[in-house]
Design a protein around this ligand. Structure first.
Ligand code: FAD
Length: 385
């Protein structure tokens, strides 16, 4: 059996690693010459960590992961703590800890695990064709590749999605812009072992530790879509949006590196239940694009990879049957994650300000129990529980 994997991002790389571990021949085709992830870092929650552990990256991941033992919310003007609690009950309950990691390092770990020299870069798929017993991907350089099945891990702008669904999907603007990057840890901004989030006015400023004494930071601001992007004004823009916010936030803005700070307009796609067609399977953001509000998009891609490989390995009724079983196992799970994230997104970013204000009030009486039990429920819905 030969699988063609389109896209060498988190989803494609994990799928290729998973299939290879079961002895399935794989070939990965990636559009760009060098992968430059859209964000600086990513939080891998225990459901995703378990998938990477399962795929043989347990030790490598620990080297990259930040030590995130506590979680805290702070009010925006004085920086006073609204709630602070240990992550330990979550870790005890699900059996693994979360790891925030720098994206470039995660990407390197995945490609090294698979075999970087086995990825064909600069191969952009333009269309795919299926026959009764094979599937062919055509690239923009006029070449093609044929296999027994094709895994479309070509991301949120997937061109293979339309082939599978039979119609075009629209990305939905979630209503806010996210700036993210990495800075050296400064404990006068936030503790080094804590996920710290300042909240107010429907905005957020968040810091998570990653390895190498760095914070992953992000700023969220509800804004109209399509405003100009200009790295030279990032610091001024953030100073404007966060005028009157507490001293640690001002300090963070003064310490960011505008040239490496990413600006992303956040989108998702209305969930759909069809993830496969014949010998083609959508995996990762091509099959489910979510806002990052519960940090599960990449984790879901890791879950997809594990489930797809297991279906192909354990099933003897053929590829099409295995892919349908993959769809059956994944469609409700990923729909649930997208809709949960959308709900959190709206509460956090002031879609209805009264609801957001109530959330701020609730945070002042939060002991950690409600937040952690919500996270546990999401994590325990993964395939390796
Ligand atoms: P991608 O990472 O987009 O990879 C797709 C790959 O396919 C790319 O390398 C691309 O070049 C290639 N490609 C595209 N088109 C073609 C083509 N035609 N032919 C060949 N190759 C092609 N997730 C989490 O789990 N935790 C988080 O904390 C988190 N934070 C996030 C923060 C932000 C700001 C954003 C935007 C997302 C976040 N996510 C997070 C989501 C996560 O980044 C995505 O879900 C994940 O990257 C999806 O991986 P993927 O492989 O499906 O897609």
């Amino acid at each position: 059996m030969k699988a063609i994997v389109i896209g060498g991002g988190i989803g494609g790389a994990c799928a290729a690693i998973a299939l290879k571990r079961f002895g399935i021949e794989t070939a990965v085709y990636e559009a760009v010459k060098e992968i430059k992830p859209v964000g600086a870092a990513i939080s891998i929650w225990p459901n995703g960590v378990k998938c990477l552990n399962y795929l043989g990256m347990k030790d490598a991941l620990r080297e990259l992961g930040g030590n995130m033992r506590f979680m805290a919310y702070k009010e925006y003007q004085q920086g006073q703590t609204m709630t602070r609690f240990s992550m330990d009950p979550l870790i005890q309950s699900v059996g693994e800890q979360p790891y925030p990691v720098a994206r470039a390092e995660l990407q390197s770990m995945l490609l090294d695990t698979y075999g970087r020299d086995q990825v064909q870069f600069g191969k952009r798929v333009t269309h795919v064709e299926e026959s009764a017993d094979s599937v062919t991907a055509w690239f923009d350089d006029g070449t093609s590749a044929t296999g027994d099945l094709l895994i479309a891990a070509d991301g949120t702008h997937s061109i293979i999605r339309q082939h599978v669904l039979g119609y075009a999907t629209e990305r939905r603007y979630a209503g806010y812009v996210n700036w993210n990057g990495l800075v050296e840890i400064d404990e006068s901004i936030a503790p080094a072992d804590q996920w710290t989030t300042f909240v107010g006015e429907g905005k957020r400023v968040s810091l998570m530790p990653v390895s190498g004494n760095r914070f992953y930071f992000f700023f969220d601001v509800p804004l109209p879509k399509g405003l100009p992007q200009d790295r030279t004004t990032v610091r001024d823009d953030l100073q404007g949006y966060f005028a009157g916010w507490a001293e640690p936030v001002q300090k963070l803005i003064s310490q960011i590196e505008p040239q490496t700070t990413n600006r992303v307009e956040i989108h998702d796609i209305e969930p759909f239940m069809q993830l496969v067609k014949g010998r083609i399977a959508l995996l990762g953001d091509s099959g489910h694009s979510t806002t990052p509000d519960i940090g599960q998009g990449g984790c879901a891609a890791m879950e997809d990879a594990v489930v797809l490989a297991n279906m192909l390995q354990t099933n003897s009724l053929g590829i099409e049957d295995a892919l349908l079983r993959y769809q059956e196992k994944r469609a409700y799970r990923v729909k649930d994650l997208v809709l949960k994230a959308r709900k959190r997104c709206d509460v956090t970013h002031g879609k209805e300000m009264a609801v957001t204000e109530q959330w701020y009030e609730d945070l002042k009486t939060e002991t950690g129990e409600r937040i952690l039990s919500g996270m546990c429920e999401t994590i325990l819905g993964g395939p390796l529980e």
